[in-house]
Design a protein around this ligand. Structure first.
Ligand code: MG
Length: 381
């Protein structure tokens, strides 16, 4: 906490927000006991929110501020996808059991007898799967449209994860498809839940293409940021079609973070991710409900702020580069308008432009991308 405050020292609003959020966080914090103990004590709904608090940390605060009906649906959706992701990520779980389970997991979401022991690389994740009937019973309290949305998205995502368990991310098209499965579908599902709760009326374009872009923008930011961590964990998400232009092996960049090749690749990856900005801004400009707007806008603002920090930054290849927690706290504590969103994006684009000067690898392409983004966003308003 002290280091976090220090990093926001010149931003008094962020300090105030950090302290406010700490208080608010306490009000929404899950009980201190281990989730396994809570599973024996709590009813289905209380268990689901406790699990959400344990597995999603700070974001559960934003979920809990959503309007009542939507909140439960988003909570269940999050837990179902967390359970599915736990199965995908457990590298000890034999493929011959994992693949069929990924493909049929959506059926488990209506099966009150399904429970899985010993799968998951974290305690809370294992408890979630072991006590999955509690999630299923909570799922059954949701309205029919919400249930249908969650099952449909889970089926598509499980199928996609199974496909990618056996193949590499080679082309940029593979990269976009993988990000569609694990994140674009989350955006599409959330839009479905917003509509099912009657809080939003979204066009087909917003519910499909633009929702997908919202997910891709976040996922690509994380994948770029987590280069080093994923390398260390033996996972590869950067498409070879991009990194292969600058190295023979993906880990070459970790050995020479400052090299032209390394920074070209990083800036190329970021420039690719920037393309989703106009669709994200279009989507956000159509959101009506204030709480839904915060819920959808905050992660996007964090993502673009992260991108500005990652651009041409050799530290990405050596460890984790993170955005000040104070910014997240400020966003979660104070109102956020579409005007604020536009300003945050413009500010970040200007930061990237400044970094993309003549000596910077891949700068020309980045500047062209930014010009294209500005033209597209201008034609929207
Ligand atoms: Mg995963």
């Amino acid at each position: 906490m002290l280091l976090t405050l220090y990093k926001s020292a010149l931003r008094p609003i962020e300090i105030k927000a950090l302290l406010k959020l700490k208080i608010k966080g306490k009000a929404y914090a899950p009980p201190k006991e281990p989730l396994a103990e809570l599973a024996e004590q709590l009813d289905d709904k209380a268990f689901c929110y406790a699990a959400l608090g344990k597995v999603s940390r700070s974001f559960s605060v934003v979920i809990q501020q959503l309007p009542e009906d939507l909140k439960d649906a988003v909570c269940v959706f999050y837990l179902v996808l967390r359970a599915l992701d736990t199965i995908e990520d457990d590298m000890q779980f034999p493929l011959e059991q994992k693949l069929p389970l990924l493909e049929t997991f959506h059926e488990k979401t209506v099966d009150e007898h399904f429970s899985l022991k010993g799968v998951g690389d974290q305690d809370d994740y294992r408890v979630l799967l072991e006590h999955y009937p509690k999630v299923v019973r909570m799922f059954k309290t949701l309205n029919e449209d919400s249930q249908r949305t969650i099952i449909d998205i889970t089926a598509q995502m499980g199928k996609g994860m199974a496909d990618f368990s056996e193949k590499e991310i080679d082309s940029v098209a593979d990269f976009d498809l993988y990000c569609h499965y694990v994140a674009g579908l989350v955006g599409i599902g959330l839009s479905g839940l917003f509509v099912a709760s009657h809080l939003e009326t979204l066009s087909l374009n917003d519910r499909g293409k633009n929702s997908n872009a919202m997910g891709l923008f976040l996922q690509k930011t994380n994948i770029i940021r987590d280069y080093h961590e994923d390398l260390y964990a033996d996972r590869t998400f950067w498409p070879k079609e991009i990194w292969g232009q600058y190295a023979d092996k993906l880990d070459d960049f970790a050995n020479k973070p400052e090299s032209k090749q390394s920074l070209s690749c990083l800036n190329h990856m970021l420039t690719d991710a920037l393309q989703h900005i106009p669709a994200c801004l279009e989507y956000l400009s159509h959101i009506q409900d204030e709480q839904v707007f915060r819920f959808t806008a905050i992660p996007q603002i964090m993502a673009i702020a992260t991108m500005a920090k990652l651009y041409n930054n050799p530290r990405v290849m050596k460890g984790v580069v993170k955005v000040r927690k104070g910014l997240a706290a400020k966003l979660m504590t104070y109102p956020v308008s579409m005007n604020d969103v536009n300003n945050y994006f413009e500010k970040a684009l200007r930061t990237i432009e400044k970094k993309a000067d003549n000596g910077t690898p891949y700068a020309k392409e980045t500047r062209q991308q930014i010009v294209a983004i500005r033209m597209k966003t201008k034609s929207l308003s």
